[in-house]
Design a binder for this molecule. Structure first.
Ligand code: ZN
Length: 280
């Protein structure tokens, strides 16, 4: 696997090992860590442009909700079939060895949790949970999927339809689809994910800040840092003069502020770091 990275990247990895050694590391991840699991990064090179549904559209229109639920259900099935990759597994190993304090992720795919990471702050929420907007009852996505299939037995994953990073695939036809409602109060359900146009809950961001505050270094991986929360966490670390390592193929908004920038795939780099970083 180490053969997959070039000489410059290998030199950057050893510089990162020097900068990170003896420190407890917070890790911030974006869509780039999940691409090796077959989940595309819609901000990466050559990604198709997409217009995500806004929370206003979802909350105000039954038609939008129907479209959302068909796509979200099909996307969930594809996500559930995806497996954690060597990057997710190496991150979990770093935490197990006491070198990583935890992971803050912008991804909603749940792959860090499935890889065995224990302290995971899911900034944008998770597809695993659904909640009722009226009574607050929380539902497990797997149970909801069973209900959706029972109500809509004709629903299938269309062939060659691109899987979106939020687990939404473009539905071909949504006519007749029965949108699930709360089994307690019949209220409107909403997946526990931050929609386009929605803010990250303040307590979620505080949790991420706390994780960075309790660490002596920060790795940012697989994110171009287009999302502001990532830049804000980077600045928190920078103010405390912590070493900051950025792992990403392509430029990011944080490159000029990084101690070390590694231009390589996150799976390869985390596998190397998990192998090379000495015990504390
Ligand atoms: Zn309810």
């Amino acid at each position: 696997m180490t053969s997959a990275i070039d000489q410059d990247a290998a030199a950057a990895v050893s510089a990162a090992v020097d900068a990170l050694s003896g420190r407890r590391i917070a890790i911030l991840t974006g869509a780039g860590v999940s691409t090796d699991s077959g989940i595309p990064d819609y901000r990466g090179n050559g990604a198709p442009t997409r217009t995500p549904m806004t929370v206003e559209q979802y909350l105000s229109s039954e038609d939008h909700r129907r479209r959302y639920w068909v796509g979200s259900h099909l996307g969930w099935k594809a996500f559930a079939a995806a497996a954690p990759n060597p990057g997710h597994l190496a991150i979990a190993r770093l935490e197990e060895r006491g070198l990583a304090t935890g992971v803050v992720t912008q991804n909603v795919d749940g792959l860090h949790v499935r890889a065995g990471s224990r302290r995971v702050v899911e900034l944008h929420g998770t597809m695993r949970r659904i909640f009722c907007t009226q009574c607050g009852q929380v539902f497990d996505r797997r149970d909801m999927a069973v209900r959706v299939e029972a109500d809509n037995p004709w629903i299938t994953v269309p062939e060659n339809v691109p899987l979106g990073p939020d687990g939404d695939v473009l539905p071909e036809n949504t006519t007749g689809f029965l949108v699930p409602s709360c089994s307690v109060c019949e209220g409107m359900l909403k997946p526990d994910v931050v929609f386009f146009g929605e803010f990250i809950p303040a307590e979620k961001f505080r949790e991420a800040e706390q994780l960075v505050r309790g660490s002596d270094a920060l790795i940012i991986a697989g994110s171009s840092l287009v999302v502001n929360s990532g830049i804000r966490l980077l600045d928190r670390a920078r103010r405390r003069r912590l070493p900051i390592v950025i792992v990403n193929r392509g430029a990011t908004r944080g490159d000029s502020r990084a101690t070390v920038k590694i231009e390589a795939g996150t799976s390869e780099v985390f596998a190397m770091l998990a192998e090379s970083l000495p015990a504390l």
